[in-house]
Design a protein around this ligand. Structure first.
Ligand SMILES: Nc1nc2c(ncn2[C@@H]2O[C@H](COP(=O)(O)OP(=O)(O)OP(=O)(O)O)[C@@H](O)[C@H]2O)c(=O)[nH]1
Ligand SMILES: [Mg+2]
Length: 173
């Protein structure tokens, strides 16, 4: 299972997403500190909301296999600028929560996540559990471990460490 780091503004639904993924009843708990579980790392929304703390997000991301920007479908504005991916050496995905909200504007939030550079975008409701299984399915597959030489070889090809090798290309012996 890929370990997923969750970042996004307060109330975006990060902790609820962890609960929904574990099959728990939703129960509100304000996240006060970064909470590293077996398959997820949940951060307080304030880390994304303050320029003083936001650097911490990059540090926590190093403990994860994949980084998820979590944004609720009814969020009024976007906190993450284009190219936010540049400080994270991990695959970046977007998770749109609260798709059940009557105020949901999915095309707007999807565009924000595309601008940030998310390579996949998942739509979920932590309340109805819509989309949760699809996200779990994506996370189930582990990323293959790489040696330092293999990572360097991929970089020399202009690839991210998590990109597959092009067809017909093999790691040097
Ligand atoms: N309708 C609806 N409400 C949701 C959903 N996900 C979360 N909520 C509600 O949104 C509120 C905030 O959810 P949290 O999961 O605590 O948000 P958070 O991102 O962890 O917030 P911080 O811990 O402050 O960073 C709670 O009242 C949740 O019940 C969802 O998919 N749909
Ligand atoms: Mg939380």
């Amino acid at each position: 299972m890929k370990k997923m780091f969750l970042m996004g503004r307060s109330e975006a639904g990060k902790t609820s997403l962890v609960q929904a993924m574990k099959g728990e009843e939703l129960h509100y708990v304000k996240t006060q500190y970064t909470d590293s579980g077996e398959d997820t790392i949940d951060s307080p929304g304030e880390y994304a909301e303050s320029k003083w703390f936001s650097v911490g997000l990059a540090c926590f991301s190093f403990e994860a296999d994949v980084v998820a920007v979590v944004q609720a479908a009814d969020e009024p504005f976007n906190l993450f600028c284009d190219g936010s991916h540049s400080f994270i050496q991990r695959p970046l995905i977007g998770v749109i929560t609260k798709i059940d909200s009557p105020y949901a504007n999915i095309p707007m939030v999807r565009q924000w996540l595309m601008n940030i550079g998310c390579e996949r975008i998942f739509l979920v409701s932590n309340v109805t559990r819509d989309g949760i299984d699809e996200l779990i399915e994506y996370l189930k597959e582990d990323l293959p471990p790489l040696t330092m030489e293999q990572a360097i070889f991929k970089q020399q090809l202009g690839l991210n460490e998590w990109d597959p090798l092009p067809e017909g290309v093999e790691y040097p012996a």
